[in-house]
Design a protein around this ligand. Structure first.
Ligand code: F6P
Length: 454
């Protein structure tokens, strides 16, 4: 049975020497082996008109087709920068202060989703085909695919939180979007709480019949299941154990020169809680003068969605708070906050994970948060401070869990982590490691596809 994956982004990129290679990322790593084995297509947006619509991959001995849906600048602005990033993203993350319900975004989203559906219909020619759509960019495409092809199997994985019904219904197009999703046979989310929110949205907003985790609506049946995503555990372990990473981690510790290292690693996104985290670290320094000179906080922020004003504004605010903290507390030979705004390789990130005594992973809201799993896998004796407003928190009770809006609580948790005795650190980290091993990303993909088949 061949597979068609439909996602906002295609899974390949051009390397510096011009060759096409798989892009880095959990989804690509999980799904390329399946596509290689079964054949099929991966359909994503085409941002560059110079690139071909259909590209067999790999070029010399193709296993599957990469298909691009070419988008004009207006389409990209309405569908991606507008509807995906300014409407669905903030509402799903409960950050409605950033929500811009512009009807023209929805109009473009509709027409782009229709074009994705047409591309799918063009690629799919066998009735035993499985089609797997990804994420909030593609809520409406399933409906148009289903109308043309009642026989295909349609799955959808939602990678961000599915918010509480009362929040989801803020979307002026909530019902239309839900109807799009309910053309699928299986909808996957990370944790049971999101399953419950989805079912409640279908029940209240559409009057759908709910039977356990199955939605009956308009003559069609959709199962809704939790499939928590993982990382490539083995590869991360190998990277973390490599000589290159060990050396880089040692160099980092030496360079910072402090007894303790606390890290934060995120895309620079307002959902990640970078500002609140910095303010909590500032509070920790205010409350604990004895720690001055002994702790370095290393915050890496990867540039993201830089064309969206709220992201530009956030960058300015983070720059300012970092400057304020260092201005107040730095002294000879000690800079409390080391801040880097750039993209790092996975090897470099592994060195940070390995060097850290404490990871501060405190999003204001996050569907899962895979950085958490990377830290747990790569680190050897550190402490994880984790926001309770993440999907990961439901799975990782051995982390120190905090409310990221509680500045004093977060500041106090930094001290608790630094003072945790080695036995407790080890016990907690081992328990976390064993959970993360069970969440492997290949297993996630197989689990979802098996459930879709069933
Ligand atoms: O977590 C949701 C998500 O859209 C991922 O699918 C993606 O890798 C990440 O956020 C980055 O977003 P974007 O593709 O908009 O840069």
């Amino acid at each position: 049975m061949s597979l068609t994956v439909v996602a906002n982004r295609v899974p390949i990129r051009q390397s510096d020497d011009g060759d096409w290679v798989p892009s880095v990322g959990g989804l690509t790593t999980a799904l390329l082996p399946v596509l290689r084995q079964r054949g099929g297509a991966w359909i994503g947006m085409g941002e560059d008109p110079a690139l071909p619509e259909r590209q067999p991959f790999p070029a010399d001995d193709p296993d599957f087709t990469v298909r691009r849906v070419p988008l004009s600048q207006d389409e990209l602005d309405g569908y991606y920068y507008g509807m995906a990033n300014r409407v669905l993203w903030p509402v799903s993350h409960y950050m409605i202060q950033h929500f811009e319900p512009n009807p023209s975004f929805m109009e473009t989203y509709r027409s782009v989703n229709r074009r994705f559906a047409e591309a799918v219909l063009d690629e799919v020619d066998r009735s035993d085909e499985q089609i797997w759509l990804q994420d909030y960019h593609l809520m409406l495409a399933p409906k148009w695919i289903r109308e043309a092809r009642p026989d295909v199997t349609l799955g959808h994985f939602w990678h961000i939180p599915w918010p509480a019904m009362e929040v989801f219904r803020i979307l002026p197009w909530a019902r239309e979007l839900l109807r799009g999703m309910l053309a699928c046979d299986l909808v996957g989310v990370h944790v049971q709480e999101y399953v419950d929110n989805f079912l409640e949205s279908a029940r209240v907003l559409l009057g759908a019949d709910i039977d356990g985790q199955t939605v009956h609506y308009n003559g069609h049946t959709t199962r809704v299941e939790a499939h928590p995503i993982g990382i490539e555990v083995d590869r991360f372990k190998q990277m973390a154990d490599s000589d290159e990473v060990r050396t880089k981690a040692k160099q980092l510790r030496k360079r910072l020169g402090t007894e303790h290292i606390v890290i934060g690693i995120d895309r620079l996104d307002y959902t990640k809680g970078v500002l609140s985290r910095l303010e909590a670290f500032e509070r920790f320094l205010e409350n604990n003068p004895a720690y001055h000179g002994t702790v370095s906080f290393y915050q890496i922020a990867t540039p993201s969605r830089t064309k969206v004003d709220t992201y530009q504004q956030l960058k300015r605010e983070v720059d300012e708070v970092v400057g304020r903290i260092n201005g107040q507390f730095a002294r000879d030979n000690w800079v409390p906050v080391n801040y880097r705004y750039r993209t790092y390789t996975q090897f470099e990130l592994c060195a940070f994970y390995r060097a850290a005594d404490v990871a501060l992973i405190t999003p204001l809201r996050d569907g899962m948060n895979v950085v958490t799993q990377e830290f747990i896998t790569a680190n050897q004796n550190g402490v994880l401070i984790l926001s309770e407003l993440t999907g990961a928190a439901y799975l990782l009770p051995e982390a120190i869990q905090v409310n990221p809006y509680d500045r004093d609580g977060l500041a106090a948790s930094i001290r608790t982590a630094l003072e945790m005795n080695p036995d407790e650190r080890t016990t907690r980290l081992n328990a976390l490691k064993s959970t993360v091993e069970g969440l492997d990303v290949q297993r996630w993909a197989r689990g979802f596809l098996d459930a879709l088949h069933a």
